[in-house]
Design a protein around this ligand. Structure first.
Ligand code: NAP
Length: 299
């Protein structure tokens, strides 16, 4: 029977079935052959060095920016994640943030509950039709966001490391140029060192005083100090965020900012999607233990 380390924050509907597959540990033991961790958790090489029997890291999430892939390659540790099954939910949350920031829905809800409607109407908000959504990271989630926003009458453009000629939307070789063209700049790329603070003061300045930043990617993609300054100085209009640099800590300046819509990293947080993610983790761990091909290996 193989030893598995199951990270303590994993839900019971995942750890229950995993416990049937091997001897489960709630703290990392040198004997562990499989490690199952939540998406975004940072695994240091020192921590991994203490697991000499490790052969599989299974991430309960699509983002594997917390896994040192080069180190894993050298040690022949396989890595799996949960792509596709969460795409629609995360794209829905990005769309919700676009709607919430453009139509001031958070403020509208607080206004109604506080009984302020009795004294007058809310100020007018902003329409989506005819506006441009610039998507940073036109992958699975980026494409699902683009389809949704197109249905709202928006024009789509995107930036990534390369153009995708099969797509009906124009590629922008520079993120700054994409921001300049965009009313909504939407981060949907992976986290990690390559994308650290891609959205910086210059990009926010290019987005401009009528622009809104949406981040459903990773907190690390946006320089939060630059974001706070841009919001405070009116250099962008609003922000809609699901992810933060130091989760679950959120800078006080963002908490205090009425033009920010703040969600607690709920992109994939539905019963249906978390169950589908759990099923995929289970299928990968089962395949590994049987010596079969992994279902969703990270290449
Ligand atoms: P994906 O299909 O791999 O798409 C990622 C896209 O980002 C690719 O199109 C890639 O295009 C682009 N990209 C990668 N590196 C880049 C760089 N340095 N600069 C610009 N673009 C870059 O991944 P996905 O399934 O759509 O997921 C995307 C990310 O969403 C995940 O990694 C995760 O961090 C985040 N996420 C968040 C939540 C949440 O709850 N908020 C949930 C799930 C996922 P190129 O190769 O052309 O650059």
């Amino acid at each position: 029977m193989s030893d598995l380390f199951l990270h303590p924050v994993l839900p019971d509907f995942l750890t229950g079935p995993l416990q049937q597959l091997g001897k489960a540990h709630r703290s990392p033991e040198a004997s562990c052959e499989v490690v199952v961790v939540p998406g975004g958790l940072s695994l240091s090489t020192t921590w991994l060095d203490a697991l000499p029997a490790l052969r599989l890291i299974s991430v309960f999430g699509v983002g594997f920016d917390g896994v040192p892939l080069e180190y894993c390659r050298k040690r022949q540790i396989a890595v799996t994640n949960t792509p596709d099954v969460l795409t629609d939910d995360v794209a829905d949350i990005a769309t919700a943030l676009v709607l919430m920031t453009s139509r001031n829905l958070g403020e509208a809800e607080r206004f109604t509950r506080a009984g302020r409607w009795l004294a007058g109407s809310l100020p007018l908000a902003h329409a989506l039709r005819g506006k441009t959504a610039g998507i940073l990271g036109m992958g699975r989630i980026g494409k699902a966001i683009a389809q949704r926003l197109q249905a709202h009458g928006m024009t789509i453009a995107y930036h990534g490391r390369r153009a995708q000629p099969d797509l009906p939307w124009p590629w922008c070789s520079s993120l700054r140029e994409l921001a300049r063209q965009s009313d909504f700049l939407i981060a949907a790329c992976p986290g990690g060192p390559e994308t650290l603070h891609l959205v910086n003061a210059e990009v926010l300045a290019a987005l401009g005083p009528q622009g809104t930043l949406i981040n459903i990617a990773r907190g690390s993609v946006v320089d939060s100090n630059a974001l706070v300054r841009a919001l405070q100085d009116g250099r962008i209009r609003a922000a809609g965020l699901d992810v933060y640099e130091q989760e679950p800590q959120i800078p006080q300046a963002l908490l205090d900012c009425p033009r920010c819509v703040l969600l607690p990293h709920v992109g994939s947080a539905t019963h249906e999607t978390r169950q589908a993610m759990a099923d995929l983790v289970l299928a990968n761990v089962r395949a590994h233990l049987r010596g079969e091909a992994l279902i969703t290996p990270v290449s």
